[in-house]
Design a protein around this ligand. Sequence first.
Ligand SMILES: NC(=O)c1ccc[n+]([C@@H]2O[C@H](COP(=O)([O-])OP(=O)(O)OC[C@H]3O[C@@H](n4cnc5c(N)ncnc54)[C@H](O)[C@@H]3O)[C@@H](O)[C@H]2O)c1
Ligand SMILES: O=C(O)C(=O)C[C@]1(C(=O)O)C=C[C@@H](O)C=C1
Length: 364
Amino acid sequence: MMVERCTIIGVGLIGGSLGLALNERGLAGHICGVDLHRENLDMALAAGAINEIAELPEAVTGADLVILAAPVGATPPILRQIKDYLQPGAVITDVGSTKQDVVARAEEILDSNCFVGGHPMAGAETAGFAGADPYLFENAFYLLTPTTRTDPTALGLVRGMVDAIGGVVMEMTPREHDLMTAAISHLPHFVAVATVAAVAGMPVGERAMALAAGGFRDTTRVAAGSPRMWRDIFLSNRKQVLQALEYFQNAVDELKAAVYRKDEEKLMNILTGASATRRKLPLRPKGYLPCIYEIVVTVPDRPGIIAMLAGLLGEAGINISEIEILRAREGYGGTIRIGFATVEEQERALQVLRNKDIKCRRKG
Ligand SMILES: NC(=O)c1ccc[n+]([C@@H]2O[C@H](COP(=O)([O-])OP(=O)(O)OC[C@H]3O[C@@H](n4cnc5c(N)ncnc54)[C@H](O)[C@@H]3O)[C@@H](O)[C@H]2O)c1
Ligand SMILES: O=C(O)C(=O)C[C@]1(C(=O)O)C=C[C@@H](O)C=C1
């Protein structure tokens, strides 16, 4: 066990997933959950993510570890509420998507060195406990942003927690964090929201959206995320988001000019550059996590097909690391991508499926 008592404030997607991950591995003796929404707390209690429903500020009394998992704008008021109820030596961490503002306010409000800024680089567009998943953090980067003030023992405890739930710790300053997440998370969210708004505002928008294939869906998935969470992120990381948007604006202007001028060469250069960069994006962060060896299987689209594939591979002792339905067309075939941790499993999977006359090929 890592801690006797833990309090999670905000038992939504991330707080709930942490509760499940900690309890499933027996890392906390007792977890208290706090939330504004009773249904989240009831679901979390029923699922075993928390052991008790409690209220602020008493919920933090006696806690060794307090995890703040509400939207970033709610963090300073919560810290002010709990400050005088924390026991000496208690470690406070958060999971917020922005760090400079949050860490500075936390150190100021708590006036201590026990706060460790954290941010798991894993999530989803679903808000609330309903989407919580104990394995959400497995193999995901978990960013920690200690400052010169941070107590090494507090940092060690949070590092240990991340490690124990399968995350990959990466330390950086709050400033580096905000610059990088503005680029890799906040800008994409901004663009997704703007794309949805632009299409919805077109006269053909509604009818066009009914036709959406992968293009619109893939580029806008995150726009379905929690408005409250994203409002707080944009305002908390305002300066870096606006900076990232300058780069975006330049890229849009350049691409637009090439289309406007019918500049074939320029267009090809921009498209070729983006295509090559996007293709280089590792499926898995290299050096930390196993590569995925994939196959693509084409099968009739009918009930039970995935169970059949999983059964054949399972019987042969082959472990599926990832599975994704790429295309499913009623009455036609479906295309399924299956990932394995080793090249041997990939090869054996191809053999097993081909022996059953199932169409499959190596991917990449
Ligand atoms: N969703 C993601 O992909 C993701 C990923 C990494 C980090 N984060 C960060 O994690 C935090 C939580 O996000 P989430 O996705 O779990 O959102 P969520 O909406 O699923 O959960 C947040 C929970 O906090 C509760 N809450 C709000 N104000 C509160 C308060 N004052 N006291 C107690 N509870 C309160 C809400 O009722 C809600 O249940 C945010 O700071 C977000 O930036 C989100
Ligand atoms: O929706 C997802 O898949 C996410 O991982 C969400 C995502 C992201 O932009 O990558 C969104 C905000 C968080 O702070 C971290 C992760």
